[in-house]
Design a protein around this ligand. Structure first.
Ligand code: NAD
Length: 464
C-alpha cells in the first residue's frame, strides 16, 4: 500500500491523502462482492428498486458535500460539480425503474414453451478516468446494480474522493454492505488485477483509447465482457446557412466546458469558408467572455486543469510558434491554469489530429457539405459532434454521414441519462445509458420446457 497526496488543482495545496491499494485488496473486494450480490439478487425486484431510490435520495441529501469534494479534488467549478452530483441522483432514479422491468421473452416454438431470463453477470468492475469521476462511475454502477450485480469501482489515481464517498453513502442508504465497493489504486496494479480476476465477469472501462486497447486484449484472455468508452476528437461543423451569432456564442462552451477535459469536447471547429472571417470575428469575444477562475465562485465557468503533469501535456500543443488566433484569460499564481486557446493550424498538425483534452480548439475552413463530412470523419475517433445549419434536410444528411455516436444539431448536447451514449470507431465499444443499459449487465438465459402430448387418461380427466 502506498499513501499519496491529492492536490487541489486551483491552489496546489494538499487536500488529503489516499491509500493506493494492491492486488490483495481486489481479491478481498471480489469475495465480499460475491456475498453481497447473492443477497441483492435474492431480493424481490421491487425491493431492489426501492434500494436504488433510497440511494438516489441519499445522494441528493449529500449533494453539497459531494460537490465540494469534486471542487477540491478535481477543480471543477462549483455549479458544474453540483450538477454532477444531481446527475448521479438522476441516473440512479432512472435505473431504479429497471429491476421491475427486466422482463424476459416467451418465444413460440414447437413441442413446448420457450422463455428467456435476464440473469445478472455477478460482479462487475468499473475503471474510471479522472475527468468526470462520479458521473462516469454512476453510468456503470446504476444500471449494473439495477440488473442485480455487485460492483467494484477503481477510480483514477488523481480524483478518487467522490467515488469513495459514494460507496459510503450506498452503505448508509441501506444497500447490502459490499454491494458497491471502491478500490483506489494504480491502473497497473489494481486495474490490472481487476482485468485478470476470474471473479469479475464484466469490465466497464472509460479512459484513453491507448489503455482501452490494452483492456480489450487482457479481457480476451478470459472472454470477459467489456464496455469501452474512449477518447474523442469531435467536430463542430458550422455551415454558412446557420445562425452564425448563436454558433459562435456557444462554440466555446462546446469545447471549454470542464477546461476541455471532456471526451465529447468539440475540439475541431469546421467553418464554411464563405463565413469563416465573420465567424472568427464573432468567436473572439465569445472566447474572451468565458469566465475562468476560482472554482468556488458560483459565476465561474471554467476552472484549472487537473494536474501539473496534464498541464504540461496540454501546453505541448501550444509551443511558442503555434498558430494562435486568440486566447481567453486565466488567473495568475498557483494552480494549473490554462487560458482558452484558439489555433488555426494546418489540417495534419498534431493539434488537429490528437486528443488534447484541454482548453485548446482548432478552427479549419471547409468548402461544401461533402468537404465538411470528409474532414469531420478524417479521424480515428467517433464519439460526438455538432452540426449548425438552418436547413433541416442538410442537418439530417450530415447527421447520418458523420461517423460518431452522439450528434447534436444546433446545440452541443451529448449526454442524457435516458438516451444511449458511446463511440464509433476507436472511441469505444458498446453503449452506456439509455433504456437498454441494464441489459448490458445481464446474460440472456434461454429455457425450453418440453410439453408432452396428453395421454388418453389425462385428456379424459381434463374434460370430466
Ligand atoms: P487513462 O486511460 O490513462 O486511465 C483511465 C483509467 O484506467 C484510470 O483509472 C487508470 O488508472 C486506469 N488504468 C491505467 N492503466 C491501466 C491498466 N494497465 N489496466 C487497467 N486500468 C488501467 O485515461 P485518463 O487520462 O484517466 O482519462 C482521459 C481519457 O478518458 C481521455 O482519452 C478521454 O477522452 C477518455 N474519456 C472517455 C469518455 C467516454 O465516455 N468515451 C469519458 C471520459 C473520458
Amino acid at each position: 500500500m502506498t499513501v499519496v497526496d491529492l492536490i487541489n488543482p486551483a491552489t496546489e495545496e494538499v487536500v488529503t491523502t489516499v491509500d493506493l491499494l494492491d492486488e490483495s485488496a481486489v481479491d478481498e473486494a471480489v469475495a465480499t462482492a460475491h456475498r453481497a450480490q447473492r443477497i441483492w439478487a435474492a431480493l424481490s425486484p421491487a425491493a431492489r428498486a426501492a434500494g436504488l431510490r433510497d440511494l438516489a435520495a441519499a445522494v441528493d441529501g449529500n449533494r453539497d458535500e459531494l460537490a465540494a469534494l469534486e471542487v477540491a479534488n478535481s477543480g471543477h467549478p462549483i455549479g458544474q460539480a453540483r450538477w454532477e452530483a444531481e446527475h448521479v441522483r438522476d441516473v440512479l432514479t432512472f435505473y431504479s425503474a429497471s429491476p421491475e422491468r427486466l422482463s424476459g421473452k416467451q418465444i413460440p416454438v414447437a413441442g413446448g414453451i420457450d422463455m428467456t431470463f435476464c440473469d445478472p453477470i455477478g460482479v462487475v468492475g468499473i475503471i474510471t478516468p479522472w475527468n468526470f469521476p462520479m458521473t462516469i462511475a454512476s453510468w456503470g454502477f446504476a444500471p449494473a446494480l439495477a440488473a442485480g450485480n455487485a460492483v467494484i469501482v477503481k477510480p483514477a489515481e488523481w480524483t478518487p474522493l467522490t467515488t469513495i464517498r459514494l460507496a459510503e453513502i450506498a452503505e448508509e442508504a441501506g444497500l447490502p454492505p459490499g454491494l458497491l465497493q471502491v478500490v483506489p489504486g494504480r491502473g497497473d496494479v489494481v486495474g490490472e488485477a481487476m482485468l485478470g480476476h476470474p471473479g469479475i465477469g464484466k469490465i466497464v472501462f472509460t479512459g484513453s483509447t491507448r489503455t482501452g486497447r490494452h483492456v480489450m486484449t487482457r479481457a480476451a484472455e478470459s472472454v470477459k465482457r467489456i464496455t469501452l468508452e474512449l477518447g474523442g476528437k469531435s467536430a463542430n461543423i458550422v455551415f454558412a446557412d446557420s445562425d452564425l451569432e448563436q454558433a459562435a456564442a456557444t462554440a466555446p462552451y462546446g469545447v471549454f466546458d470542464n477546461a476541455g477535459q471532456d471526451c465529447c469536447a468539440r475540439s475541431r471547429i469546421l467553418v464554411q469558408r464563405s463565413v469563416y472571417d465573420r465567424f472568427m470575428e464573432l468567436l473572439e469575444p465569445a472566447v474572451a467572455g468565458v469566465r475562468v477562475g476560482d472554482p468556488i465562485d458560483d459565476a465561474t465557468e471554467m476552472g484549472p486543469l487537473v494536474s501539473r503533469a496534464h498541464w504540461q501535456k496540454v501546453a505541448s500543443y501550444v509551443p511558442d510558434d503555434a498558430p494562435v488566433a486568440f486566447r481567453g484569460t486565466a488567473p495568475e499564481g498557483p494552480g494549473f491554469w490554462f487560458p482558452p486557446t484558439v489555433l488555426t493550424p494546418q489540417p495534419n498538425d498534431r493539434a488537429v489530429v490528437e486528443e488534447i483534452f484541454g482548453p485548446v480548439v482548432t478552427v479549419l475552413p471547409f468548402d461544401d457539405e461533402a468537404d465538411a463530412i470528409a474532414i469531420a470523419n478524417a479521424t480515428e475517433y467517433g464519439l460526438a459532434g455538432s452540426i449548425w445549419t438552418d436547413d433541416l434536410s442538410r442537418a439530417l444528411r450530415v447527421s447520418r454521414a458523420v461517423a460518431a455516436g452522439n450528434l447534436s444539431v444546433n446545440s452541443h448536447s451529448s449526454v442524457r441519462y435516458s438516451t444511449p451514449f458511446g463511440g464509433f470507431k476507436q472511441s469505444g465499444l458498446g453503449r452506456e445509458l439509455g433504456p437498454d443499459a441494464p441489459l448490458g449487465f445481464t446474460e440472456t438465459k434461454n429455457v425450453f420446457i418440453a410439453v408432452g402430448a396428453a395421454t388418453p387418461a389425462q385428456s379424459q380427466r381434463g374434460t370430466s
